[in-house]
Structure formats: C-alpha cells, structure tokens
Ligand binder design. Structure first.
Ligand code: FAD
Length: 349
C-alpha cells in the first residue's frame, strides 16, 4: 500500500477542480482500508473517502488529511436462472460495468441507471436514481467498515434509511461508514422499467417490447443528448452531474407558488412526493429564474444541454464553481422563495 503526499485531486474528479490531498492512498482490499484508517488515526488526520469523484467539488486549497480512494473491484453473481439473482460488487467497481454485466445476464433492476459515472460504493450514499429507478429498489445489503468500532458490519436495505437522494450515509451517519461492498437483488428475465416520460417517448413508435439491452442503450443515448454521459472531449459533460436536488415542498407552499408563477403566465410543473408533498423540477426553477442553458462567465458555466449541470469549461477553479452556485441559489430564492440544495458533496471548504 503506497501512501503518497501532495497528490492533485482534480484529476480524480469529473468536474476537474480542486487542490491536493496532504496524503493519498488507493486501497484494494478490506485489510488495506483498515490500514489506511489506522494511518490517518495515528497522525490525527481527517479522512475523506473517495469513489469515482463524480459527485464532488473539492476546494482549491485541497484536503488537509488522508484521501482514501476505495478501489475494491470484485464482482460475483450466481449463475442464472434463479428468479432473484444477487450481484455482489466491491465498492470500487465502476458502476456502469456492473449495470452492463447485469443487463447482459438478462437481469432487470439497474438498466435505467446506466451511464451514471462513479463507483458501486458511491451509489448507496445518495441513493442514486435516474429514469424511474433508484438503487434503494434493488440494494439487498451494504457491507461497511464502522469507523466507530473498526468492525465490519452488514447493513440491510432498511438500515440504510433510503429516501430521495438520501441515506444514513449522507445524513445521520455521515462519515461513520466506509462502504466496502454492495449486494443487489435483481430479477432474472424481468421486464425493463419504462416508467419515465423520456424513455416512454423514446420507445413510443417501437414495435414490440424493448429488451433490457435496448433500454440500457436508450438511457445512454438520452443521457448523451443531455451531456449526462461522460464522453471524452465533451465540455458540457465536465460536471458533477445535476448540481441541485429537486426541492420537495408542502402542498400549501406549492399552491402559493402556482399562483405566483401564473402571474408571469407560467405553469409550474410538479410531481407527487411522499405524504402529500410536491416535488418541483430544479431545472425549471433555475431556467425561469434567468439562468438558461449555456449561461456563465468565464470558465464556469451552465451546460448548454442541461440547465442543472454546472460545468468546468476549462481552467475553472472551485471558487468559480461555488460563485456560480451561489449566484443561481440567490436568483432562485429571490424569484421563487426556494433555497436549492446542492447535490454534490463539498470537500475541504
Ligand atoms: C455526468 C454525470 C451524470 C450524473 N448522473 C447522475 C444521475 O443520473 N443520478 C444520480 O443520482 N447521480 C448522478 N450523478 C452523480 C454521481 O455520479 C453519483 O452520485 C455517483 O454515485 C457518485 O459516486 P462516486 O463513486 O463518484 O462518489 P464520489 O463522488 O467519489 O463521492 C461522493 C460521496 O460518496 C462518498 N463515498 C464514495 N464512495 C464511498 C465509499 N466506498 N464508502 C463511503 N462513502 C463513499 C464520498 O465520501 C462522498 O461523500 C452524475 C454525475 C455526473 C458527473
């Protein structure tokens, strides 16, 4: 295990901003994870767990502790046919590799989550979701190192406390666990999920039932159009994905807002959320607060193909990204009375 010093972190992120890590180590086994943690503890260093760096903004000053990059990349699954096939993947495995393998094995449950960058271990953290699926629907259990006891534990799906873009890993137990491995229960021979409007539109003129492979390809195609698929050289894809979560508001607030936007001749889109609440598309709020696709000054801007993605057009600093984030948040607050919450994790600020 090689612990390096003053390692630039920007190249380990999709946004490509941020300063160095004081110490940096890539760990390939559970034993190495524990060794890394003990190194940090022996020097009283703060610890940051890095996956694929696709949901991060790292400060220009970097991180004054140990960055532990989880690279455990095992993958096992029983041979189909079994109705429920359990795929067990190391936290460091590339997420889309798992999706591709599950689809190739004719197992349903992850096909709509294709093309999301990052690692398997990153997905439970914010209960990754897209095109009508969330990992909470298929995660069976999560194997973790509990940093309080330094013991390895298995957390059931229920113990992970999943809701929209939320789990115990990014709320109540933030920084308590290192995710080592995740198991997914997938359905062999199951039908693909085509619940989301964009996907339904894609297959509207299609004769017959699309297969899992075709749905995965469609998701990637739709994501590519929105620059939500990382393609080398695509400036609009140099982002941390959607920068803001879709806000969830009470019914009474929603009704007030509907009346407010009607005065501007606009119709507010919304979706049902839990307990009678409404979910609002953050992209609509951003655009109607005056921040259209392509907006930006200098190296930080809004993607030309996705109103929610803040992009590094080349040479942006973390300060540039945060200044644009602040400007958008202030604009949406002023126009709609809603404080948008960032989705990426801010590190070292
Ligand atoms: C182009 C693009 C499109 C995207 N599309 C989507 C989308 O459709 N839906 C969606 O939900 N997200 C999306 N994202 C966001 C991101 O890809 C996901 O959140 C992803 O799961 C993050 O995983 P990661 O391995 O890159 O985590 P990182 O960015 O490295 O880390 C994110 C957080 O997870 C923690 N973490 C990572 N690994 C571990 C581990 N092993 N143990 C404990 N904590 C860990 C980190 O400490 C940090 O707090 C997109 C991002 C990009 C750039």
């Amino acid at each position: 295990m090689l612990i390096r010093e003053q390692v630039a972190l920007a190249p380990f992120t999709t946004l490509g901003v941020g300063g160095p890590a004081r110490y940096f180590v890539e760990v390939h086994s559970e034993a190495e994870v524990i060794e890394g943690v003990e190194f940090a503890r022996s020097r009283q260093l703060p610890l940051f767990v890095l996956g694929g760096g696709s949901n991060l903004v790292i400060a220009d000053e970097g991180f004054a502790g140990l960055v532990l990059k989880v690279a455990i990349s095992s993958l096992s699954s029983p041979t189909p046919p079994h109705e429920n096939v359990i795929f067990t993947a190391g936290a460091g495995l590339d997420w889309d590799t798992l999706v591709a393998q599950s689809v190739d094995a004719n197992c349903a449950g992850l096909e709509c989550l294709s093309g999301i960058p990052g690692t398997v271990g990153g997905t439970p953290v914010q209960n990754v979701g897209a095109y009508g699926q969330e990992v909470s629907e298929t995660i069976r259990e999560v194997r973790v190192l509990d940093l309080r006891s330094l013991q390895v534990q298995i957390l059931s799906n229920a113990e992970c406390g999943f809701t929209y873009r939320t789990s115990i890993f990014n709320t109540t137990d933030r920084d308590r666990y290192i995710i080592l491995q995740v198991s997914f229960a997938l359905q062999h021979g199951g039908k693909p999920s085509i619940r989301y409007a964009d996907l339904q539109k894609f297959f509207a003129t299609y004769a017959g039932d699309p297969t899992l492979v075709e749905v995965r390809a469609a998701v990637r195609e739709i994501r590519h159009r929105k620059a939500m698929l990382i393609v080398p050289g695509d400036e609009d894809a140099r982002s941390a994905g959607s920068f803001f979560k879709n806000p969830i508001v009470s019914q009474s607030f929603f009704e007030e807002l509907v009346a407010h936007v009607e005065l501007r001749g606009l119709q507010l889109p919304s979706y049902p959320a839990h307990d009678g609440f409404r979910k609002l598309p953050a992209a609509w709020l951003v655009e109607h607060a005056g921040f259209s696709k392509g907006y930006g000054k200098g190296a930080a801007g809004i993607s030309r193909r996705h109103a929610l993605a803040i992009v590094n057009r080349g040479g942006a600093t973390a300060a540039d990204i945060i200044a644009l984030k602040d400007e958008i948040q202030a604009g949406v607050l002023k126009e709609f009375g809603i404080e948008l919450q960032p989705e990426p994790v801010l590190v070292g600020f």
